[in-house]
Design a protein around this ligand. Structure first.
Ligand SMILES: Nc1ncnc2c1ncn2[C@@H]1O[C@H](COP(=O)(O)OP(=O)(O)OP(=O)(O)O)[C@@H](O)[C@H]1O
Length: 323
């Protein structure tokens, strides 16, 4: 598709454990366009972080299977060796603000140096050149340049998160993966960070993959929404369509469980728990929790049913014209 930065096809990441194989990412595919934000939402444990790690290839030791296609600007980066991937892709073309990263800054190194470091390591800039860039990026994320010489403990949580975002942007990557970038912050700081991400997206025309379990938060930034359930994307939709009429029964339940202020709407919850990724249920993985499940859902895995454009839903109700 024209304007596609990242195209992921049939991506799988399985982990080996004593209890069996954990199929954390099990056949995921989507396209990310230039300048767009794709939100990836779903309950805890559905494989969102594993998907991010698979894309940026930061893998634990117990990987059992890692396969699929990850095309970045037309090149399949899955075919690159680890060495090539590290030199050419990770942090340069795809960067990652991982969960809790504001607490992972090195306590004994000055903030400015930590922001500058990707330029020294990956772009071969001198320390002075890199620090000059770091100053610009500190300003970009709304931190006064005097903080260049401060240590992480001298910054508030929100400022540390801004610094981490600056670090992810400084190499001017094509894609930034944001994994729960505001989850440890209070709501005001969270709103500030969301506004910052929005402004940067417009100024730098950057593409984000925004991972969160917080569905309402995605409406601040998302152009499209992908819903993950048990290692798979069960719905992909334009954001406006998703918020007004989610298609998959799981998406409907997710939306119905979002609290709204000052209404009498009774909050729904999704009965049961997400399935084990070692032995996911046969057929549709959501069937044990789905109020509409019928015989076929119990036996056969539904294919992706195209709604319009790149939007799809993975549900028999649509394939069989019951909706
Ligand atoms: N290295 C690993 N070895 C074995 N299992 C793992 C490993 N990493 C993750 N998992 C399992 O893979 C599944 C998906 O985890 P993942 O962290 O990707 O989900 P998530 O949707 O990001 O959840 P959260 O929002 O809680 O981080 C979980 O069952 C998790 O326990």
């Amino acid at each position: 598709m024209a304007g596609t930065v990242l195209s992921v096809k049939d991506l799988k990441l399985y982990f080996k454990t004593r209890k069996g194989t954990v199929k954390a990412v099990d056949g995921v595919g989507f396209e990310l366009r230039k300048g767009e934000t794709l939100a990836i939402v779903g309950e805890s444990g559905c494989g969102k972080t594993s998907l991010a790690r698979a894309i940026i290839r930061l893998l634990p030791r117990n990987v059992e299977k890692f396969e699929g296609t990850v095309m970045l600007n037309g090149t399949d980066v899955m075919r690159l060796s680890e060495e090539e991937f590290r030199k050419r892709v990770r942090w340069q073309k795809i960067s990652y603000v991982f969960q809790g990263s504001q607490n992972a800054l090195n306590p004994v190194l000055k903030v400015g140096f930590q922001i500058a470091e990707p330029l020294i390591v990956h772009k071969g800039l001198s320390r002075e050149e890199a620090l000059a860039e770091a100053k610009k990026y500190l300003r970009l994320v709304g931190i006064h340049e005097s903080f260049l010489d401060r240590y992480p403990f001298e910054l508030s949580g929100g400022m540390r998160q801004r610094a981490v975002i600056a670090m992810a942007l400084i190499t001017h990557p094509d894609v930034v993966i944001l994994d729960e970038p505001t989850s440890a912050l209070d709501v005001i700081t969270q709103a500030n960070i969301m506004n910052l991400l929005k402004r940067i997206k417009q100024e730098m025309n950057i593409s984000y993959i925004f991972i969160t379990h917080d569905v309402p938060l995605t409406s601040e930034l998302a152009d499209r929404v992908a819903v993950m359930y048990a290692g798979q994307i069960v719905e992909l939709a334009d954001a406006d369509d998703f918020y007004t009429s989610p298609k998959h029964p799981y998406s409907e339940k997710l939306m119905a469980s979002v609290p709204t202020l000052r209404t009498d709407k009774k909050l729904e919850f999704i009965p049961g728990a997400p399935p084990s990724l070692i032995n996911p249920p046969p057929g549709c993985r959501f069937h044990p929790r789905c109020p509409f499940a019928y015989e076929r859902c119990l036996r056969e895995e539904p294919p992706q049913y195209n709604i319009k454009g790149a939007s799809f839903v993975k549900c028999w109700l649509y394939v069989e014209g019951k909706r």
